[in-house]
Design a protein around this ligand. Structure first.
Ligand code: G3I
Length: 344
C-alpha cells in the first residue's frame, strides 16, 4: 500500500507541463473544426465544374457552402413552369460528397427574378392573387426539392431599405406586408427542419435598418411565424470604418432567440492593391470572425467567394476589387492567415 501512496504523491506533486494553447489550424476547415463553427463560401458553379484547382480548394477549406447564383429564381425557373435544377443540384451534390452543409439562397428577393415574372407583373397579365400563388409554388417547390439537404434558407433577402422603410419590391407592392410571414410559413411547411432566415446588407451598422429589422422579427415572432435566424451579409470595404458595434447588433438579434450568421462576408478595396491595404483588409476579416465568435448564437461565417478570380466586386464597383481571402492564383492573402490566427 505504502509504495502506491508514495507514487501517487509523486505524480500529484509533479509540475504540470505548460499549456501551449491550441495549435494554429492548418486551413479554414480545421479552424472551423477547432472553433466548432461553420465556415462557408459562396460557390460559382461554372468554376466548380470547370476548374480543378478551384474545386480542390473549395472542398479542402470549407465545411459549408452557399450557391452564389444557382438557387435564385431566374436560375431555377427561367421560363414559367420550366425548372432548371442542374446548377443548384451540382452545388448540393458536391457539398454532400465533401461533408459540407448548405445555405439556400434565396427564396424571396427583388433581384434576379425571371423576366416572365417581372414582365407579367408589369403588364398586368399576372394579378395579385396569381402572384401570391406563384410565390407559394416557387417556395414550396424549391424547399421541397432540397428537403433535408439544406441546413438554412435565406427566406427573404434585403426587404428593408437604407432609411428603415420596407422595400417597395413587387412583393410588397402587389401582395402587401403579409408576404413575409407567408413566405416563412410556406417554407416551414415544405421543410420543417430547415432554419429560416432574414438576410440583409448594411445591417452591421445602419441604425434605421437595424431597428426596422428588429421590429420585423419581433412582429413575426409575436404572430407565431417560424423564423430562426438573422443573416448579416457583411459586404465591407476598407475605405469605410469597420462596423465597430457589429457584435452588439448581433447580440440584440440573439437576445430575441435567433441564430446569427455572417452570410456574405467580403472586404473590398480601391485598387491598386498595396501591402498596407492588405493589412487593413486582414484586420477587417479578423474582426468579423472575432465578433462572430464573441456571440454564442453566431456559428457561421460565410465569405462571398474565396478567390479574387471569381468575385462579384469588380463588376459592381468600378475601380474596386481584391475583396477575397485568396488572390486570382489561389494564393492566400494576409486576411487568410489573420483568420487562422483568431482565437475565441
Ligand atoms: O448568367 C449571365 C450570363 O449568361 C451572361 O453571359 C453574363 C454577362 O454579364 O451575365 C450572367 O449573369 C450574371 C450573374 O451574376 C451570374 O453570373 C449577372 O450579369 C450579374 O449581374 C450577376 O451578379 C450577381 C448579383 O448577385 C446579382 O444581383 C453576383 O454574381 C452575385 O455575387 C450577387 O450576389 C448578391 C447576393 O445574392 C445578395 N447579396 C448581395 C450579393 C452581391 O451583390
Amino acid at each position: 500500500m505504502k509504495p502506491l501512496i508514495i507514487a501517487l504523491a509523486l505524480i500529484l506533486a509533479a509540475p504540470l507541463p505548460a499549456y501551449a494553447g491550441p495549435r494554429t489550424p492548418r486551413d479554414l476547415r480545421d479552424l472551423a473544426h477547432q472553433q466548432g463553427i461553420r465556415i462557408g463560401t459562396a460557390v460559382d458553379v461554372a468554376a466548380l465544374r470547370g476548374e480543378a484547382d478551384y474545386r480542390d480548394r473549395l472542398n479542402r477549406e470549407f465545411n459549408h457552402v452557399t450557391a452564389e447564383n444557382a438557387m435564385k429564381w431566374e436560375s431555377v425557373e427561367p421560363e414559367r413552369g420550366v425548372y432548371t435544377w442542374a446548377d443548384a443540384d451540382a452545388v448540393v451534390h458536391n457539398a454532400q460528397r465533401n461533408r459540407q452543409r448548405v445555405r439556400g439562397h434565396t427564396l424571396v428577393w427583388h433581384n434576379q427574378l425571371p423576366a416572365w415574372l417581372t414582365s407579367g407583373v408589369a403588364d398586368g397579365t399576372i394579378g395579385a392573387d396569381e402572384l401570391r400563388e406563384i410565390l407559394r409554388d416557387h417556395i414550396t417547390t424549391q424547399v421541397r426539392r432540397y428537403k433535408g439537404k439544406i441546413r438554412a434558407w435565406d427566406v427573404v433577402n434585403e426587404v428593408v431599405e437604407e432609411d428603415g422603410s420596407m422595400r417597395q419590391s413587387i412583393w410588397l407592392t402587389h401582395l402587401g406586408p403579409g408576404y413575409i410571414a407567408d413566405a416563412f410559413r410556406w417554407a416551414h411547411r415544405a421543410d420543417p427542419h430547415a432554419k429560416l432566415y432574414v438576410n440583409d446588407f448594411n445591417l452591421e451598422w445602419n441604425a434605421p435598418k437595424i431597428e426596422t429589422t428588429l421590429s420585423l422579427v419581433k412582429d413575426l415572432q409575436a404572430r407565431g411565424v417560424p423564423i430562426d435566424g438573422i443573416g448579416f451579409q457583411g459586404h465591407l470595404g476598407i475605405q469605410y470604418d469597420y462596423p465597430g458595434d457589429w457584435a452588439n447588433v448581433m447580440r440584440r438579434f440573439a437576445d430575441l432567440g435567433l441564430e446569427v450568421a455572417i452570410t456574405e462576408l467580403d472586404v473590398r478595396m480601391v485598387m491598386p492593391v498595396t501591402e498596407e491595404k492588405l493589412a487593413t483588409q486582414a484586420d477587417y476579416y479578423r474582426r468579423a470572425l472575432t465578433d462572430c465568435l464573441s456571440v454564442e448564437a453566431c456559428q457561421e461565417l460565410t465569405v462571398w467567394g474565396f478567390t479574387d478570380r471569381h468575385s462579384w466586386v469588380p463588376g459592381w464597383f468600378a475601380g474596386e476589387g481584391s475583396a477575397c481571402l485568396l488572390d486570382e492564383n489561389l494564393t492566400p492573402k494576409p486576411a487568410y492567415r489573420a483568420l487562422l490566427g483568431v482565437r475565441a
